[in-house]
Design a protein around this ligand. Structure first.
Ligand code: ADP
Ligand code: MG
Length: 350
């Protein structure tokens, strides 16, 4: 690096905080955070914290002037802000790739066009569409096309009698055939400016009440599924001309078929264990890639399991004495709410 870089980061949650920690570790990268949350935990770590109303054009202008490059780790963020910033400064990953990740239909279309297997799906815009879809698929799941996360805004149906007439059809939905679901895995990869890709092994994810609870490597999967999931992830990153870290999520059915489900246009909770299980974690790889630094060969250090700490469980973990192979992350959030991700613990395993 010929000169120091100021990396602008939008929002101030736990993933953004970890990006800041990575930037510090790499060195010669200053971080400026722009957020509307005055309590955002990133404020304890960044070099500069700008807080205000994100629709304030002057505030955005001020942020743009202070940074060299902009990145983010939040999915439901306004593409408009990103586009405004990208008129003046580099923004990675690009607003175009975020637009696909924010829309389940664009995401599935993108995958299908590349020949990547997904469950059968169709758009639903009316009660009639929904009835037709349920007749076609039988057991199925309807999800809002955008804005849903942690299993929110999802409806399960086995027959048209189960339709709740309170469904708001002014929103767009996607109806998916419900798979004989066995497990979920995800794969993180980081693509660099020169096209080189650093890929992680698949992690196995388990959810409770729609919220990610555990992620572990190795995933208990066949070699075939392992390779397929990595190949698809590489293809996805290349075809998107992606820059930075992305995470692809897959479902595996009882017959051991792999289905692409969705992708995160950012670093993801499921690969947080890479901070301890790999020489270069997904966050450091991301910061290196978006700042235009060189790709470095990566190596797995250890098997690992991450447990998300939800709500007031954090109080117990704050008091606990941790073992040498346990790494406790407290997100330093001000308010404790039921089901809120408050921290996690990664345990390294043989
Ligand atoms: P979110 O954005 O909330 O993560 P997902 O599409 O990943 O939404 O759905 C949440 C969970 O619901 C998945 O992790 C999976 O367990 C289950 N699920 C989603 N779609 C299907 C499907 N088509 N068949 C079976 N299970 C599904
Ligand atoms: Mg998901």
């Amino acid at each position: 690096m010929s000169k120091d870089i100021t990396l602008g980061i939008l929002y101030s949650g736990q993933l953004e905080t970890q990006l800041i920690k990575s930037a510090k570790k790499i060195g010669r990268i200053k971080t400026t955070v722009l957020t509307d949350d005055k309590n955002g935990p990133a404020k304890h770590f960044c070099d500069k914290f700008i807080c205000g109303n994100l629709s304030d054009k002057e505030l955005i202008k001020d942020f743009i002037e202070q940074i060299d490059i902009c990145t983010y780790a939040f999915e439901n963020l306004s593409c408009e802000i990103l586009e405004t910033i990208s008129e003046k400064k580099e923004v990675h990953p690009s607003p175009d790739t975020l637009k696909i990740a924010q829309n389940r239909i664009l995401e599935k279309k993108f995958a299908n066009k590349l020949g990547i297997n997904t469950t059968d799906w169709k758009p639903v815009n009316s009660l009639m569409d929904l009835k037709e879809g349920i007749k076609l698929y039988g057991n199925c799941i309807m999800k809002s096309v955008s804005g849903g996360y942690d299993g929110k805004q999802q409806f399960r149906f086995k027959s048209i009698d189960e339709i709740d007439f309170k469904i708001d059809f002014s929103k767009e939905y996607i109806l998916e055939k419900f798979l004989n679901f066995k497990k979920e895995i995800s794969v993180a990869a980081t693509r660099y400016k020169n096209g080189k890709i650093s890929i992680y092994e698949p992690t196995e994810n388990t959810h409770e009440n729609g919220i990610l609870r555990r992620s572990k490597i190795p995933a208990n999967i066949s070699k075939k599924i392992f390779n397929q999931a990595q190949e698809i992830t590489v293809k996805f990153a290349e075809k998107l001309k992606y820059l930075g870290t992305l995470n692809l999520e897959f479902m595996i059915d009882e017959k051991d078929n792999l289905f692409f489900n969705e992708y995160a246009n950012r670093c993801h909770n499921g690969f947080w264990h890479s901070v301890n299980s790999y020489e270069i974690c997904q966050f450091t790889n991301h910061v290196r890639a978006v700042c235009g630094l060189d790709y470095i060969e990566n190596k797995k250090i250890s098997n690992a399991e991450m447990l998300n700490i939800l709500g007031d469980e954090i109080l117990k973990f704050r008091k606990k004495k941790h073992k040498q192979n346990e790494f406790f992350f407290d997100y330093l959030k001000k308010d404790i709410r039921p089901g809120r991700k408050m921290g996690h613990i990664t345990t390294l395993k043989n």
